[in-house]
Design a protein. Structure first.
Length: 763
């Protein structure tokens, strides 16, 4: 301990500017110093001093910290070389020295070149994260084919260094690599065809270089982009990736780190490979500012998870595929400055895109460009024979279309009649339940619920459009089952969250109906308030209270380096207690009872006081006449689905109990349900196995060690293990869960937050 304290003070003394750390690093216990983290043995395991304004050399004394696993000195003004003892450490796991000035005079500082630190770091067998960006300017990237090491490297960033050379072959040997950032350099040559041999790679940023050639088909075969498999190792709390503009973690997506291909601002030629449609897990595809030609491949419409699609500043021709309307999560879309022609689609998300997304294509037409499409925009058939064939085809098409329309009208009439019967049945079951007729509202009418908003607070759809800046992408705060969630700020300062549903009509309508039905009758202090809803064309809108602190999932799994101080155990316990009360209400007090079917951390929202609200009733079902709900689909979220749902499709209240037990385990361990970083097992079987071996303490979140709350945590663990019992009949009733949690004294006052996560999740 004394050696580590002395080494840290030596590091401090060699800085020319310590930004006040001398005053903060006082006392004999260095584990209590600002930016220092120790393990259970009292050994320094992490030094985190980003954005401190530190200036000077990095002291050799840091090499004496033999237990150091994480070093973050990013965003400072450090210069010179990396200490030999530090970079050759076998304990180092994460090394982040990005955004500094580690170059200097190469004659005086020969070890400051990029090649030598990379060669030395080969001996760091445990290194998983290497961030060198904004350093080592104008050097040549090492291309030694015999380079070896980095066996465990998962994230490498040497971007924005203006490096010369080609993408080196030795990167192909990084078999565990998941994120590769080489943007902002001067790299030349083609994308290597071995790129698809990196089986774990899902984030590739090679933008702003001078790369040439065609986009290889091998890039379209990357295993992690063709499947829904998530990264099993990377911890997003270590770093932030510059994927989207705007607030940090603006989008709620299924994984903490998005799957990305960023190839913009290079010299690529040829076509966009039609095989792009294979990358169904891709969330962002940017090939802007290249020399690509040919049409937009129709297969790109298969990328239904896309949030970002930028094809601007190329030489693309042809029409915009109408099927792009089916990309319901698409929030950033740009095809400007190409040679595209024909009408701009009007469905899906297209009404939310700015005019600038389409400029520089003189042959495009559409209302948003002020250029109406007419018959001249429709391709003509040149021969008489083809004219006759076309007439026959059109006649047949009209005939079958008429039949389809009649069938659709019949189905709608049957559906309306069934809805009326269901509504009548519900009114008979519950006299207090107010039934809403979704089909009766006009397209501009906004129906507000009676939740205390006065007459003067009534809104129109026009008000919502203005409050979201015409559903601007900058207002997006979430990504839900069938659409996006926008933050709306009214003229009086009131903030709302607007969920815009647009997707497959029957599924979207079902989610919309379920949400309104459930929340119109279920009014409780721990259920997210639904203020109103609206039907506008093919879209449906739900209006909620805005939750300043986002979701529990964000706080537990998308944390910044010091976020453990913001969600201590008393706060976690209060969140568990509040969420259990909300669940108890819909299971017991609400008439008819409601089974949620998708209880998870991202559906527990937190207001500015970190008070918990159960949210997202889009999969919920009412239990009428004390019957369970039978469905024809397996619903829920991986890791939270009760095991019995795999054998039969009966949604039950005890299924919700299982899911809530998983949430309790996340609060206790800080781990996701699947995968668990420290084991190949999923969270539930791992915890149950550890408990059976008497190792309950070993599953608790290490950030909560030594806080004096272990006894309380073990009591909650006991409740959680009962909730996730494989036998549904052995799981406790929700009232028992509430009683057990309420009996645990919160004890110490919660530490007040000094930081707010600016995200409201409604997934």
């Amino acid at each position: 301990m004394e050696l580590e304290r002395t080494s840290l003070l030596q590091f401090l003394s060699e800085l020319s500017q310590d930004a006040g750390l001398t005053k903060l690093w006082q006392g004999t216990d260095c584990c209590k110093w600002e930016g220092i983290t120790c393990n259970q043995n009292g050994t320094v395991s992490a030094v985190s001093l980003p954005y401190r304004g530190l200036e000077g050399h990095i002291s050799q004394s840091l090499g004496n910290l033999t237990g150091l696993q994480r070093l973050n000195l990013s965003y400072n003004s450090l210069f010179g070389d990396l200490p030999l003892g530090l970079v050759s450490s076998t304990s180092i796991i994460v090394l982040d020295v990005s955004f500094n000035q580690l170059n200097g005079d190469l004659h005086e500082l020969p070890s400051s070149t990029l090649g030598q630190p990379l060669q030395i770091l080969r001996t760091s067998k445990n290194l998983t994260t290497l961030l060198f960006g904004i350093n080592f300017f104008n050097e040549t990237i090492p291309d030694d084919a015999e380079t070896y090491g980095f066996e465990n490297l998962q994230f490498m960033d040497i971007g924005n260094c203006l490096l010369l050379g080609e993408i080196p072959l030795w990167i192909s040997k990084l078999v565990n690599l998941e994120i590769l950032v080489l943007n902002g350099n001067q790299l030349s040559g083609p994308i290597p065809t071995w790129i698809d041999t990196l089986d774990n790679l899902f984030y590739l940023d090679i933008s702003n270089n001078s790369l040439t050639g065609e986009i290889p088909k091998e890039l379209m075969n990357m295993p992690m982009l063709t499947s829904d498999k998530t990264a099993a190792h990377l911890d997003a709390s270590v770093f932030d990736l510059p994927v989207y503009d705007g607030p940090s973690r603006q989008y709620r997506i299924p994984i903490a780190i998005p799957k990305v291909l960023n190839l913009n601002t290079n010299k690529f030629t040829g076509l966009i490979p039609p095989e792009i449609g294979q990358l169904k897990a891709l969330l962002s595809f940017d090939v802007s500012s290249n020399n690509l030609t040919g049409p937009i491949p129709p297969s790109i419409c298969n990328l239904t998870n896309l949030l970002v699609l930028d094809l601007s500043n190329n030489n693309l021709t042809g029409k915009i595929p109408v099927a792009l309307e089916n990309l319901h999560y698409l929030s950033t879309f740009n095809i400007s400055n190409n040679d595209l022609e024909g009408p701009i689609p009007t469905g899906g998300q297209f009404s939310t895109f700015q005019n600038s997304s389409f400029l520089g294509n003189p042959k495009l037409c559409g209302s948003m460009l002020g250029h109406r499409c007419d018959s001249a925009d429709v391709p003509l058939v040149s021969t008489e024979g083809r004219d006759k064939k076309a007439i026959v085809a059109i006649s047949i098409g009209v005939f079958f279309a008429a039949i389809a329309i009649l069938l659709l009208l019949w189905r709608v009439l049957v559906s309306i009649k069934a809805n009326n019967l269901t509504a009548q049945s519900r009114r008979e079951d519950n006299g207090d339940f107010e039934t809403f007729s979704f089909n009766s509202s006009s397209e501009h009418e906004l129906i507000m619920m009676t939740r205390g908003m006065g007459e003067e607070s009534k809104l129109t759809f026009s008000d919502i459009v203005k409050a979201t800046n015409n559903f601007n992408k900058e207002n997006i705060i979430g990504c839900g089952g069938y659409g996006l969630v926008y933050k709306a700020e009214l003229p009086d300062g009131c903030k709302l969250a607007i969920k815009k549903l647009n997707g497959e009509m029957c599924l979207m309508e079902r989610e919309f109906t379920a949400e309104v039905e459930a929340l119109s009758m279920a009014k409780h202090d721990h259920l997210v308030p639904l203020w109103g809803y609206c039907i506008q064309g093919s879209s449906r809108f739900l209006i909620y209270s805005y939750m300043e602190n986002g979701s529990l999932d964000d706080w537990l799994h998308n944390r910044d380096d010091d976020a453990s101080t913001f969600l201590d155990w008393p706060t976690r316990l209060r969140i568990a207690q509040g969420a259990s009360r909300g669940l108890s209400y819909i299971h017991n007090d609400c008439k008819p009872h409601i089974v949620h079917r998708d209880i998870k951390c991202s559906n527990i929202l937190l207001d500015k006081e970190l008070k918990a609200y159960v949210a997202d009733f889009g999969l919920s079902r009412l239990i009428l006449s004390n019957k369970t709900h039978v469905t024809t689909e397996l619903v829920g979220t991986l890791g939270y689905i009760p095991p019995e749902y795999a054998h039969g499709w009966v949604a039950t209240l005890r299924g919700d109990i299982y899911s809530f037990g998983v949430v309790l385990l996340e609060l206790l361990t800080g781990l996701r349900p699947v995968p668990v970083q420290t084991t190949s097992k999923e969270l539930v079987p791992w915890v149950l196995e550890m408990s059976s071996q008497g190792k309950e303490v070993d599953v608790l979140d290490p950030t909560l060690y030594g806080t004096g709350h272990e006894e309380q945590m073990l009591k909650v663990l006991e409740v959680a293990c009962k909730c996730v019992n494989n036998n549904p009949s052995m799981r406790p009733h929700i009232m028992e869960v509430v009683t057990r949690l309420e009996s645990i004294n919160v004890g110490l006052q919660t530490q007040k937050s000094v930081k707010t996560i600016q995200l409201a999740s409604y997934t």
